[in-house]
Design a protein around this ligand. Structure first.
Ligand SMILES: *[C@@H]1O[C@H](CO)[C@@H](O)[C@H](O)[C@H]1NC(C)=O
Ligand SMILES: *[C@@H]1O[C@H](CO)[C@@H](O)[C@H](O)[C@H]1NC(C)=O
Ligand SMILES: *[C@@H]1O[C@H](CO)[C@@H](O)[C@H](O)[C@H]1NC(C)=O
Ligand SMILES: *[C@@H]1O[C@H](CO)[C@@H](O)[C@H](O)[C@H]1NC(C)=O
Ligand SMILES: *[C@@H]1O[C@H](CO)[C@@H](O)[C@H](O)[C@H]1NC(C)=O
Ligand SMILES: *[C@@H]1O[C@H](CO)[C@@H](O)[C@H](O)[C@H]1NC(C)=O
Ligand SMILES: *[C@@H]1O[C@H](CO)[C@@H](O)[C@H](O)[C@H]1NC(C)=O
Ligand SMILES: *[C@@H]1O[C@H](CO)[C@@H](O)[C@H](O)[C@H]1NC(C)=O
Ligand SMILES: *[C@@H]1O[C@H](CO)[C@@H](O)[C@H](O)[C@H]1NC(C)=O
Ligand SMILES: *[C@@H]1O[C@H](CO)[C@@H](O)[C@H](O)[C@H]1NC(C)=O
Ligand SMILES: *[C@@H]1O[C@H](CO)[C@@H](O)[C@H](O)[C@H]1NC(C)=O
Ligand SMILES: *[C@@H]1O[C@H](CO)[C@@H](O)[C@H](O)[C@H]1NC(C)=O
Length: 843
């Protein structure tokens, strides 16, 4: 065995020979090893790349390390995705590697402050600390790195102001501080960064007016300021036109409020995003004179007036006329619109018809005109837009027939208009090799007549919404069979007949046919829809026994059978308790049917999903928008209407926390199963209008987050369990029309109820506070109920997120807005996903 001294000596001589230099490499290697030792590295993990850093090999060959070939000095450390999991100390031996030119510690799990000693690495040209957890302020010592050409500290937790000293980095070509919590104004010194090509300060809290000093940045070709608090001042319109080198300009989601000046001088511009501000005035037609332009995003502003695309230039109008025969071959050199492929004008106040001249944008592939005041029909000239891939015209006042050419569009959203009929397609999208599936949203229009049979032939159909129309006749048996079909809503039409079989709908996730006049039984072929999560059959005339066989669908989360003619028991005495648990269900509504029979004590023993409390309590920003792969999910938000605190309320399935049972309006008898207390995740429980007897199970007090409890109109007797006082979230309850007796619990939840919630019980007492002093228990004449205007809905709990989904929603509130913007963002993500230049960056 070699002693450790001998070993060190040997290594010493090896490296001595290797580099033919003396002290310097020795120190370089030790500095690297010391640096390694500053972090909790698992030395026995062979997959950790930093474990290649050991004395048995030349440090210049270690992963991420590059040396100068002559001097053996470390000039580059690129440790991206090495999991260091610690902080960079001010005295870190990293800072003795004085010759470093590149230092990249992207995704290294680093936290704490950025040490000021970084400013000593005076040879640095590239510094990348992105995607860590650095907090505190940006050290002003970085201003000493006067060789720096690229500085990236995006996606950290930095706070405070931008240091003025950064203006000293006169060689900087790229600056990326995206996605931190920086605030304050951009320092005027930034006007000295006159070599800079790309500046990205997006997703911070920066404010102030758009800095005049940016006018100095004559080479700037990419400026990303989205999601900050910038305001216009008087200058924005004056100097935006002078940033003539720009390729990419993203000012979206700030507080800019002005007209858009003539930008035709930005003759290199590829993409401009002004969305989510308060820009006013007419459509900035000057943009149409920029021949290079590929994408224009102006959605979510206050633009108004009607649209016209002839303005581009006189020669492009010629092109328009000439191009009648061979449209896709429009000469690029002439038309100012030749490259434009994405145009987003949604959420503005544009009015008038969709201009015929829209066909003068020959390469348009994504068009969003949603949420405006457009009127009239879809112009026939749009059929010339042969590359149109995504078209969103929703929430306008468009009318007439939906022309056949739109069936060639992959993502079609025409909802919330007045369209009255659909022209049959000459040819439907049927590209066998297409990875893109087809989605048609035609909801909330005035469509009449029978269900369009030709939809059966749209093989790539993935999503279809025809809800809130006046379709009649039956759903053709061939429908529900396109192989990729995932989400279907035919809610609120006049459809009749049977629900067709769905033998090949393997991927079906969501089916909503509520509010029609369907009859007959549930097709047993539903059992093959292994991916089914959401089934809404409410408000039809379906007549069947309880579909306990749906239990085998392992993803079923929402089952809504209410207001039909279902009958019989929902469990048979022979079954064992594991046979009647819906272990994945979050919401079940079987109200207003003719179900009957008793339920055993352990009936709810295996409803595992409802037994779990969702942990992201109350923090909306934590709400996962949907589970699984985001891209895998359609645009559509399943929603359902349920009675919540006595009010019809629309819920979005987005609410993973919302768990509910509604068994009301049936003929159940016997005891309320004690096992109900196991469903700790429940928010709503409605057992009213049955014939339940015996006493209220005290286990109800275990459902900690219960918000609404309706046990009215049964034959319940005995006391109201006093422990129900513990349910601090319970803000709505109804015990009326039972045989209850004894004291009403004294807790504030109870004392806040309306008198009517206790009406018509035999011997309840202690109602003086609730019903007024002269209350006579048996007669239960409700005095003037407590001021109901200040009651239940303004204390609407966070969870009661009635979404502002359409007109007539009762409690839109702030939360509705959150949903809308989520929905909108999701739409836009989808929109931009297909936009090749959407996320490109200049480096
Ligand atoms: C270190 O890595 C080895 C190999 O991957 C692993 O078996 C061991 O559990 C790890 N030790 C620690 C403390 O994480
Ligand atoms: C040293 O690193 C090399 C890879 O660079 C590895 O093959 C060797 O096993 C390591 N030796 C020790 C003692 O960890
Ligand atoms: C760095 O400073 C810390 C205290 O802040 C000290 O514990 C540590 O030994 C120092 N490390 C070096 C390499 O000097
Ligand atoms: C250092 O950074 C520059 C610019 O990013 C890059 O071109 C060069 O390849 C890097 N060198 C090393 C050794 O990583
Ligand atoms: C960095 O430089 C400063 C002087 O500018 C010096 O006081 C400090 O010790 C240096 N730190 C390191 C780690 O070299
Ligand atoms: C940022 O800091 C906050 C509070 O200091 C912390 O909760 C959060 O996890 C941090 N985020 C990151 C990405 O480190
Ligand atoms: C930046 O430059 C100014 C002079 O232009 C100088 O006074 C200041 O010390 C410099 N700051 C840094 C951090 O280099
Ligand atoms: C800009 O932000 C800073 C820091 O948050 C704040 O102190 C200042 O009042 C803000 N200025 C404006 C005009 O909002
Ligand atoms: C513009 O840059 C020059 C140097 O190139 C500098 O002297 C001047 O102060 C800068 N102007 C602004 C407004 O930053
Ligand atoms: C913009 O450029 C024009 C022409 O180069 C110049 O006359 C004008 O003063 C500039 N505007 C600003 C605000 O610098
Ligand atoms: C429910 O609460 C009762 C007390 O009311 C307690 O005895 C019982 O263990 C609880 N059951 C569960 C399942 O938590
Ligand atoms: C309700 O609260 C009372 C008093 O805090 C406590 O004794 C009782 O166990 C609680 N009941 C339940 C079911 O948590």
């Amino acid at each position: 065995m070699m002693s450790s001294n001998q070993y060190v000596l040997l290594v010493f001589f090896v490296s001595l020979i290797y580099h033919n230099t003396l002290a310097s490499p020795w120190l370089q290697r030790d500095a690297l090893l010391e640096f390694k030792n500053e972090f909790p590295i698992n030395a026995s993990d062979p997959d950790d790349p930093i474990n290649s850093w050991n004395r048995s090999t030349d440090y210049c060959s270690w992963e991420g390390v590059t040396c100068d070939r002559n001097s053996g000095k470390v000039i580059s450390l690129v440790l991206d995705s090495f999991y260091l999991d610690g902080s960079l100390k001010t005295n870190s031996s990293l800072f003795s590697l004085q010759h470093l030119r590149n230092l990249s510690l992207d995704h290294c799990g680093l936290r704490g402050e950025i040490p000021s000693s970084l400013g000593n690495l005076s040879h640095l040209r590239v510094l990348d600390l992105s995607n860590n957890h650095f907090d505190g302020e940006i050290s002003s010592s970085l201003g000493y790195l006067n060789q720096l050409t690229s500085l990236s500290i995006g996606s950290n937790n930095l706070t405070g102001r931008l240091p003025t000293s950064l203006g000293n980095l006169s060689r900087l070509t790229q600056l990326d501080l995206t996605d931190n919590h920086l605030d304050g104004e951009i320092p005027p010194s930034f006007g000295n960064l006159n070599q800079v090509l790309s500046v990205s300060l997006s997703m911070n809290n920066l404010n102030g007016t758009f800095p005049i000093s940016f006018l100095n940045l004559t080479k700037l070709n990419a400026l990303y300021l989205f999601q900050n608090q910038f305001t216009s001042g008087d200058d924005l319109p004056l100097f935006l036109p002078n940033l003539t080198s720009l390729y990419y300009l993203d000012l979206s989601y700030n507080h800019f409020k002005s007209t858009v000046p003539d930008l035709s001088g930005l003759h290199n511009l590829l993409k401009i995003d002004l969305s989510g501000n308060s820009f006013v005035g007419n459509f900035p037609a000057s943009l149409l004179k920029i021949p290079s332009l590929e994408a224009v995003y102006l959605e979510g502003n206050q633009f108004e007036g009607s649209l016209e695309f002839h303005n581009a230039s006189s020669s492009s109008v010629d092109t328009l006329l000439l191009s009648h025969n061979n449209f896709s071959r429009v000469s690029e050199s002439i038309s100012g619109l030749a490259m434009l492929s994405s145009l987003a004008l949604g959420y503005n106040s544009f009015v008038g018809p969709i201009p015929v001249s829209i066909s003068g944008i020959p390469n348009l592939s994504q068009l969003d005109l949603s949420h405006n005041g457009f009127t009239g029909p879809i112009p026939g000239s749009m059929s010339k837009l042969v590359y149109l891939f995504i078209l969103d015209l929703s929430y306008n006042k468009l009318e007439g027939q939906v022309p056949s050419f739109v069936w060639g569009v992959y993502g079609l959203t025409l909802s919330h208009n007045y369209f009255s009929s659909l022209e049959k397609p000459r040819k439907v999208v049927d590209d066998k090799d297409s990875i893109d599936k087809v989605s048609f949203d035609l909801g909330s229009n005035s469509l009449r007549g029978p269900f369009p049979q030709w939809l059966c032939k749209v093989r790539l159909l993935e999503f279809l919404d025809m809800s809130n129309n006046h379709l009649n006749g039956s759903i053709p048996p061939c429908f529900l069979n396109p192989p990729f079909l995932k989400e279907v809503s035919l809610r609120k039409n006049n459809l009749s007949g049977f629900l067709p079989d769905m033998y090949s709908s393997q991927e079906l996730k969501s089916l909503d046919v509520s509010g029609n006049q369907l009859v007959g039984k549930l097709p047993r072929s539903l059992i093959g829809c292994n991916y089914l999560e959401f089934l809404n059959l409410k408000g039809n005339n379906l007549r069947d026994t309880f579909p306990s066989w749906l239990r085998s669908l392992e993803r079923l989360r929402v089952l809504l059978l209410g207001s039909n003619a279902f009958y019989g028991p929902i469990y048979t005495p022979s079954s064992s308790s594991t046979d009647f648990g819906f272990s994945t269900l979050r919401v079940i509504d079987i109200s207003h049917n003719n179900f009957s029979g008793t339920l055993p004590r352990d009936y709810f023993a295996n409803w595992l999903e409802m037994s779990s409390v969702w942990k992201g309590e109350k923090d909306w920003s934590d709400l996962p928008m949907y589970e699984g792969n985001q891209m895998d999910r359609g645009m559509y938000e399943n929603s359902m209407v349920m009675i919540y605190k006595g009010v019809e309320t629309e819920f979005s399935e987005i609410l993973l926390a919302f768990k509910a049972i509604d068994f009301s309006g049936n003929n159940f008898s016997g005891e309320i199963p004690e096992s109900i207390g196991l469903l700790k995740g429940l928010r709503l429980l409605n057992l009213s209008g049955n014939s339940f007897t015996s006493s209220i199970p005290s286990t109800l007090a275990n459902i900690t987050y219960l918000e609404a409890l309706d046990l009215s109109r049964n034959n319940l007797s005995g006391h109201i369990p006093l422990d129900l006082d513990n349910l601090t979230f319970l803000s709505y309850m109804d015990f009326s029309h039972n045989l209850l007796e004894g004291p009403v619990p004294r807790g504030t939840q109870f004392q806040r109820q309306n008198c009517s919630s206790f009406a018509d019980n035999v011997k309840l007492y202690g109602l003086e506070e609730i019903c007024g002093p002269i209350h006579v228990p048996d007669a239960a004449p409700p005095q003037q109920p407590k001021d109901s205007s200040s009651e239940p809905e303004d204390v609407l709990n966070w969870i009661a997120a009635a979404i502002a989904y359409g007109p007539g929603v009762i409690c839109g509130l702030v939360i509705g807005h959150i949903f809308n913007s989520h929905k909108h963002e999701r739409l836009m993500r989808r929109f931009r996903r297909n936009n090749p230049s959407g996320t490109t960056r200049v480096h």
